[in-house]
Design a protein around this ligand. Sequence first.
Ligand code: AMP
Ligand code: ZN
Length: 446
Amino acid sequence: MDKGKIRLYDTYQGMIRPFKPIKDNEVDIYYCGPTVYNYVHLGNMRPAITFDLLSNFLSEVGYDVKLVSNYTDIDDKIIAESIKEGKSEKELSLFYIKAYEDCLNKLKISPLYYHPKASEYIDKMVDFIDDLIKDGKAYKAGNDIYFRVHSVPSYGKLSNQNLEELEAGKRIDVASGKEDPLDFVLWKLTDDQGIKFDTKIGLGRPGWHTECVCMVDDVFSSPLIDIHGGGFDLKFPHHENEIAQSLAHNNTTLANYWMHVGFLMTGGEKMSKSLGNSILAIDVLSRHLGEAVRLFFYQTNYRSPINYSEEILEECDKKINKYLSSIRRASVSLDYNNIKTDDLYDQEIYEELLEALADDLNTANALAVFDKAFKMLNSNSKNLDKLNAILNTIIKMSNVLGFKFNKYSLTDEERKLIDDYNKARSEKDYSKSDLLRAKLLEKNLI
Ligand code: AMP
Ligand code: ZN
């Protein structure tokens, strides 16, 4: 596919734009990952699925994609939870990172280029904040070090708000010593019982908004990457604050495209740990196939909200099982006839899938193309060359969509069963062939 056709919705500019990466053949993507203080809910998996799909797609059209997502393993919520559970903060965060990664695996998320942890970037954050202080863009007040929002006149562009609107009705908390209500914490000066670091800017720990700016700069060796993403809730204040720090320190907007994933909703509200309406990803993935969860999200545009529905997830399970049965039947027939060429595929329908995804990841259209390929598969069971080409196309498509379906290979025993069935039929031994046919049906081989 012509890479020039790719268009993505960029929240920063507020429109769909042709996608052009900084380097000719590489795409650098970073999305904000979870704060690891308890099990993630299903909504937290939507950004992971969306950016995995984007990465698969961009790789497939020929880019070398570097996909990075962080773990926020320093946070007041982690401290509170570790006290509650009687574990160290490190023990707690490693436990929930492992639980999150189990979910990524069940969803067949491809391995990331890197998965940095905030705790590994303290020195970098301290230097960054120190530079901002020296430049007059950050200041110490009361118990914290704050970012001076007024040093960045374009503050608010991402979330489409201006400084006056943002400040309207806000009052300065006099006790904090803040100069402006919008100024946000870069470094919390504290000697409480939570994790803290004795540094040149004082004893304490970093605020959330600085970590991603420092990790991007370090992991990609550049203060400007192609795509930065996360859920809609991160647009303001988190991403707005990341952009402000990046403009103040590096004179870049951190990324050329900002992508935001819509909320998973439940009972009319955003699914959220703090609202207490979480449906845990590990529970959903114990009831439903990982592929079915992906299918559930793909039915709606990634930017739109989507309602959690157990019934729709069950429908998705059924649909995935149907896909798997069709693949199995076609594989069996091809394997039995020793047709094993993997490289023949139907270019036309494959291009249709890529073009659907090139249109700002139009997954609903991509699924329609995928269904069309299955219709072709099911209606070409007798034409083995065609069947082979369509099956190969489906496998290729399923890799891009992240379903990662595999062809099925017959065991010797199954091959013999088919041989016996064919023999019984050719000898017109119908009672035997009926018996064998029932066995083959039971094993989902015909
Ligand atoms: P958190 O641990 O709350 O920082 O969230 C980790 C990621 O999940 C962020 O990119 C959030 O924007 C995203 N997220 C949180 N809640 C939802 C939701 N209900 N639907 C979609 N994404 C969400
Ligand atoms: Zn972030």
